[in-house]
Design a protein around this ligand. Structure first.
Ligand SMILES: NC(=O)C1=CN([C@@H]2O[C@H](COP(=O)(O)OP(=O)(O)OC[C@H]3O[C@@H](n4cnc5c(N)ncnc54)[C@H](OP(=O)(O)O)[C@@H]3O)[C@@H](O)[C@H]2O)C=CC1
Ligand SMILES: N[C@@H](CC=O)C(=O)O
Length: 815
């Protein structure tokens, strides 16, 4: 025998009922079962509403009542063929006449006692079960309508009556022995020995199912609802949450206590006592396995689920008056209890200097004043500090029996929270080791849930939440590249990348679920005007775990906010060299801050685009090498310009071509002036451990004087044409000596030099072509022959690929 219960949402309308009937039809004839139905979805609330309106002596309850009657009649007419309708329709009409009289009475006396309210509410289940029993009968399934008031005997605590299991079990057993057919049992209701109607409290129909299952020694209880079981976390807050296949009763109780509202703990008690498994199934996806709740926790992850409660306040009591004074806790907790204030979590340090409890925010100010009153003398004498209330908090809990005697769960929990900048205000763990709870700021709740979910369930799967500033050449190429690679990353590397914010210098836009990268373009006039403060504010508000700020601008203003970003524990990836080539103090501060906050600051593309230069140098340094000399071609555009010049084109045209190919900086004067290369050699020097300042770099500019102050890039190109002859002459002179022009950077003995050189065929840079870069590291280990990195050092794709690689690396670090 199985007891199968369908909740209100499963029978909210005719279409849903058809789904329920098809589930019942499939079982009918194959297995023994009894059915328990709630009221049709929303009916209990409407009955309650009618009673409350009538109680206020308002007549508008009539309208709701008429609608309710119409709804019940319509469902009955649809489910039962005309020839067999009369019994069902009469039942409905008689019940609504009774209800009409009942509400009129409430209306007249302006009062609805708990006893009357239980009677009012009982109509919901009585009506739905009678109609559904008739509907199934019409389908050829033999049913018997059971009014549970005849079998479930309770005390007279109306609203949450206590079941008398002894008499109830006897009545149920004898009824089932005597009656044939599939019983269709009204959930939620019972009656006292005097025959007064009672209700058995929250999730009462589940409880009814559990009571019948226990009385009959059923093999299982099935609770059919509109979700596919108990999930690992609230799916509205954690998109990657999934159904937990197996839970122990204790785990289910812990999870439901903290917000997983699929099963209400008390309803499990009768089934749990008899060791009867409870299955949670989805009426709308019956093929899904659902959750089995039984004595066994089952194999699996170290935790089963993560749950939470919001609208929490912390109440802090502290002071020397607490230390080694027996009875303080008793007074504290006694006062709260005497005032009906429920305590959700307790934490007391072993120093006994403070006690902290989490309570519902609605109780906070009352709790403060009753505690202040209780400890008035201690507060006045300074033995106890003022009572502190911290509002807007949430409790988050990881739950699972496998945590017992299994070290590592709390470590993983707090590491995940810390890494995502979630501050923990209080902690509690019972010796049962079934639940570790932490109190955090409510604003961090979603981030914390996701961080924990990732840490415990998806440690192999990671979602990176990107906020991209700069959607020009590199930013666009990056977006396209991520989109092309996403499927593979998700499948093979368990990595998902979502871009939630995008900005250029004029506009910005955001998408909570992440932009569709296949179609997204840069923000434009249809979006919000760009405001850097607001951009960061929105990123912080979205508060994702694993957020990454990607700067694909060449802007100093953007670089100036890195400190703020790292400070808020968000990692940064950037090809923008401004931050690392600015004041030495800033460079050092950013690196230190990233370390202190435990976040990553990656900038491989600051030098030689996607070539592995910075990482290589960092590895050399970490492994104890010392850099003696760096000799390099560090500008893709300059190398392109001077190697293409050899083909006979005018200098100004080659520069324009380099810009078109995406090799130059947004303003090519940054390349020609040597500034870009100076920044790169400065960054390399700093990475090599040298305290270099910009003034330490000797720069030879290639920008003709009159081009320097051209108001715009097009004007600069116009002016540059006048100097084509000068550059042709430089080339001719080199050619005459059998040499080539290369724009080089060197660093030796703390001095850096950047400029144009004429090199003979023996020099390693002689053979460089196009946008090639080449870096020779002469170090203590690579002394006789330098370590060489060579390859294309500029261009949209190679740079975007380098930025992309940094983003992935950042994701891997936080696994
Ligand atoms: N090209 C290459 O080969 C390489 C480039 N890099 C670096 O990549 C970075 C980007 O270069 P690239 O894509 O070519 O430059 P682009 O000029 O094509 O794009 C720059 C983007 O940054 C935006 N932007 C500029 N200032 C701001 C600001 N203050 N706030 C918000 N957005 C801003 C621009 O917006 P708007 O359109 O509104 O002006 C534009 O979207 C540079 O730092 C460059 O040094 C690094 C290695 C190689
Ligand atoms: N403009 C640079 C590319 C980015 O660093 C170059 O020419 O190398």
């Amino acid at each position: 025998m199985k007891i199968i219960k369908f909740g209100g949402s499963s029978i909210a309308n005719y279409e849903n009922i058809q789904k329920v009937f098809s589930i019942v039809e499939q079982k009918s004839g194959k297995e023994a079962f009894a059915l328990v139905f709630s009221a049709f979805g929303g009916v209990t609330e409407q009955l309650l509403q009618c009673a409350n309106i009538a109680q206020q002596s308002e007549e508008s309850y009539h309208t709701i009542l008429q609608e309710l009657e119409k709804r019940h009649l319509e469902i009955a007419k649809k489910l039962v063929p005309v020839q067999q309708q009369s019994t069902a329709l009469t039942f409905v009409k008689v019940r609504f006449n009774e209800l009409g009289d009942l509400f009129h009475g409430i209306y007249l006396i302006k009062e609805c006692s708990n006893r009357t309210m239980d009677y009012v509410l009982s109509f919901g289940e009585r009506l739905s079960n009678f109609i559904l029993a008739a509907g199934l009968q019409a389908k050829g399934i033999s049913t018997t309508y059971v009014d549970a008031r005849d079998l479930v005997k309770t005390d007279g605590r109306f609203g949450h009556a206590k079941v008398n299991f002894k008499s109830t079990n006897k009545l149920i057993q004898s009824y089932f022995e005597k009656h044939e057919g599939i019983k269709v049992i009204t959930g939620f209701i019972g009656s006292t020995d005097k025959g007064e109607t009672t209700t058995v409290g929250r999730s009462g129909s589940d409880y009814t199912a559990s009571i019948f299952a226990a009385a009959l020694g059923a093999e299982q209880v099935e609770i059919w609802t509109d979700v596919s079981g108990v999930m690992t976390a609230d799916p509205r807050l954690v998109y990657t949450a999934f159904t937990i296949p197996q839970l122990s009763y204790n785990e289910a109780m812990e999870l439901s206590h903290f917000g997983a509202k699929v099963v209400f703990p008390a309803t499990m008690q009768p089934a749990m006592k008899e060791d009867i498994p409870i299955y949670i199934k989805n009426t709308f996806k019956p093929e899904e396995e659902g959750t089995r709740i039984s004595k066994e926790s089952g194999e699996g992850k170290i935790i089963k689920g993560i749950s939470s409660m919001d609208n929490i306040s912390i109440l802090n009591v502290q002071g020397p008056g607490l230390v080694e004074v027996v009875g303080v806790s008793q007074r504290f907790f006694g006062t709260l209890a005497n005032n009906g204030i429920n305590i959700i979590l307790i934490s007391q340090a072993s120093s006994e200097h403070s006690i902290c409890v989490a309570i519902a925010s609605k109780d906070a100010s009352r709790a403060k004043s009753v505690i202040e009153e209780e400890f008035r003398y201690e507060i006045q004498s300074g033995e106890m500090a003022e009572i502190e209330v911290v509002p807007d908090m949430a409790v988050i809990a990881v739950v699972g029996e496998n945590m017992q005697h299994n070290p590592g769960a709390s470590g993983r929990m707090f590491q995940a929270l810390g890494r995502n900048n979630v501050n923990v205000a209080a902690i509690a763990q019972g010796s049962s080791e079934l639940n570790i709870s932490a109190v955090i700021t409510q604003a961090d709740l979603q981030k914390a849930l996701n961080a924990l979910h990732e840490a415990f369930f998806l440690s192999d799967y990671k979602v990176l939440h990107v906020f991209l500033v700069g959607v020009g050449l590199i930013g666009k190429a990056l977006t396209k590249m991520i989109n092309n690679q996403l499927g593979k990353l998700q499948e093979e590397n368990m990595l998902d990348i979502q871009i939630h914010g995008m900005a250029n210098s004029r506009y910005m836009k955001f998408h909570e679920d992440g932009f569709d990268l296949a179609t997204v373009g840069p923000p434009d006039e249809n979006d919000e005007p760009m405001d850097m403060g607001k951009f960061i504010g929105t990123m912080t508000e979205m508060n994702f775990s694993n957020s990454v700020f990607v700067d694909c601008t060449a802007s100093q203003d953007v670089a100036d906010i890195y400190e703020q970003i790292l400070d808020s524990k968000v990692g940064i990836v950037t090809p923008n060299k401004k931050a690392n080539s600015g004041p030495l103090d800033t460079y050092k501060k950013l690196k230190k801050l990233a370390g202190q906050r435990g976040v990553r600051f990656f900038y491989e593309t600051n030098v030689a685009a996607g070539l592995p230069v910075i990482n290589t140098l960092q590895d050399l340094m970490l492994s104890g090498d010392h850099v003696h000399r760096i000799e390099a071609v560090l500008s893709g555009s300059m190398n392109y310009i001077f190697s293409e010049l050899e083909k006979g084109m005018p200098f100004s045209e080659v520069v324009a071509q380099a810009k078109e190919k995406g090799y130059t900086e947004p303003d090519p004067r940054d390349d020609l002036s040597g500034m870009d290369v100076a920044r790169k050699i400065l960054i390399l020097g700093r990475e090599a451990g040298q305290d270099l300042h910009f003034e330490d770099v000797d720069i030879q500019s290639m920008v003709p004087e009159d081009c320097e102050d051209a108001a715009s890039v097009p004007e600069f190109f116009e002016k540059l044409q006048k100097h084509d002859g000068h550059f042709q002459q430089l080339l001719d002179e080199a050619k005459a000596k059998g040499e080539k022009l290369r724009f080089m950077a060197t660093l030796e003995n703390g001095k850096a030099k950047v400029g144009l050189n004429s090199l003979d065929s023996e020099h390693p840079f002689y053979t460089l072509k196009g946008s090639d870069n080449m870096i020779l590291f002469t170090t203590e280990r690579y002394n006789d022959f330098p370590m060489i990195v060579r390859g294309p050092g500029a261009g949209a794709d190679v740079t975007a690929a380098g930025v992309f690689a940094d983003i992935i690396r950042l994701g891997n670090y936080s696994r």
